[in-house]
Design a protein around this ligand. Structure first.
Ligand SMILES: Cc1ncc(COP(=O)(O)O)c(C=O)c1O
Length: 392
């Protein structure tokens, strides 16, 4: 098999979905699981999630359209984010999608197009000081998404929604990005949701707790553990609790199920280290270019160690395309494979064809390996980038 390629382990994916769904439904009688499309928008993955009965959580018109193309009905889509356009926003409301409002302009569109019923959530800007410092970033400036409560923006949104829609199915959406995926983050989110329900006497139809969970990683928090923390908080509300609990994980479902298979192309000793050039790249598996190490294995397994620092580099010819440093490890040889594990999130559809085109993708199931994405050709790349030549 020619490297580089991604490999999706279907058995692990199935297990992650099962485990997440069970963790949720065991804790809350009325729950719905959605998949965060941005985390990995490969059509095969979307179709798989649809086949498992998940909703699609999208944050752009393009993602919305892609979800439809992959078989989701509008009523199986959650539309999030502040960059929706008016036509898709109104379509989503009218076609019974869940729409979580995240900007003033959406409120204005709603005011101009009153309707009899729709499923509308308000994304809430949870104050960062409520979290443990190590769990989240942006302490100084606050989160960028959602309506602020103390300034009155949340109440204003509530007012607009209730005036523009005769029978709104009202919801709250509280996704907060964390660096640690610590259950404490969800305790804070759930407690804040409860405080809003009580303070504004809200009778909500749904509570969307967002994504950002661990899943499928040995030794890390399991879905059931997150949901027992969440539900413990939700039970403390004075308002009724017959609403639907929604979660929209991405990484927790797909992250742990994907490998990137790469090969060593060249080995070069320089004074300070050993440069190991491979046909993988950080561009494929490290969206923030910040990772220092990976769970990985090598093939064949080498027993002879080297004292040289082996600097594993990528194909992009950018000097900082260095994936990791192996110290006192087995000496790699040209042709050896380095297989990075748990790299399914923000990887195979992230970035773009830079220097080389996207790697192939295979799925491994009980019938063997099937190719589901072909590295596209230079002709395809050329067409993608040359609309000005149309008609020539
Ligand atoms: C609104 C929303 N939901 C869900 C997710 C999925 O997060 P993760 O892939 O960490 O589960 C994100 C990611 O940023 C998000 O912004």
């Amino acid at each position: 098999m020619n490297t580089p390629f991604f490999l999706i382990r279907k058995d692990l994916l199935t297990e992650n979905v099962r485990c997440f769904r069970k963790g949720m439904s065991d804790c809350w009688h009325n729950s719905r699981l959605a998949y965060s499309v941005k985390t990995n928008s490969l059509p095969w993955v979307l179709r798989y999630m649809k086949s498992q009965g998940l909703l699609a959580e999208v944050v752009s018109d393009e993602e919305y359209e892609l979800a439809l193309k992959c078989g989701f009905a509008d009523s199986e889509i959650i539309f999030n984010g502040p960059i929706k356009t008016e036509p898709w926003f109104l379509r989503a409301l009218r076609m019974d999608a869940w729409v979580n409002i995240d900007s003033e302009r959406e409120l204005q569109w709603l005011e101009q197009s009153p309707m009899s019923r729709a499923k509308v959530g308000i994304r809430v800007n949870v104050p960062t000081e409520l979290f443990l410092k190590d769990d989240i970033g942006y302490q100084e400036d606050g989160f960028r998404f959602g309506f602020d409560v103390e300034s009155g923006a949340f109440e204003h949104a509530l007012h607009v929604i209730c005036s523009a829609i005769d029978n709104p199915e009202l919801g709250l959406h509280l996704h907060c990005n964390s660096m640690t995926r610590n259950p404490e983050v969800y305790k804070t989110i759930a407690a804040y949701a409860v405080s809003l329900m009580d303070r504004f006497s809200l009778r909500i139809s749904f509570l969307d707790i967002g994504g950002g969970f661990f899943g499928g990683v040995p030794g890390k928090t399991k879905p059931a553990e997150y949901f027992s923390v969440i539900v413990e908080q939700l039970r403390q509300a004075n308002t009724r609790s017959d609403y639907q609990l929604i979660a929209e994980p991405g990484s927790a479902l797909i992250g742990s199920t994907v490998e990137l298979h790469t090969s060593v192309l060249d080995i070069k000793d320089i004074e300070k280290s050993r440069i190991v050039t491979t046909d993988g790249s950080r561009i494929c598996i490290d969206p923030l270019w910040s990772k220092k190490g990976y769970t990985y294995r090598t093939q064949p397994i080498r027993t002879e160690k080297t004292e040289r620092r082996q600097v594993i580099c990528g194909y992009t010819c950018m000097d900082h395309d260095r994936l990791m440093v192996i110290e006192n490890g087995p000496a790699l040889h040209v042709g050896d494979q380095i297989i990075y594990e748990r790299v399914g999130a923000y990887s195979m559809t992230f970035g773009g064809p830079f220097i080389r085109n996207y790697p192939d993708v295979f799925v491994l199931d009980e019938n063997g390996m099937e190719k589901i994405r072909d590295r596209f050709s230079v002709d395809t790349y050329y067409k993608l980038h040359t609309c000005f030549l149309d008609g020539e």
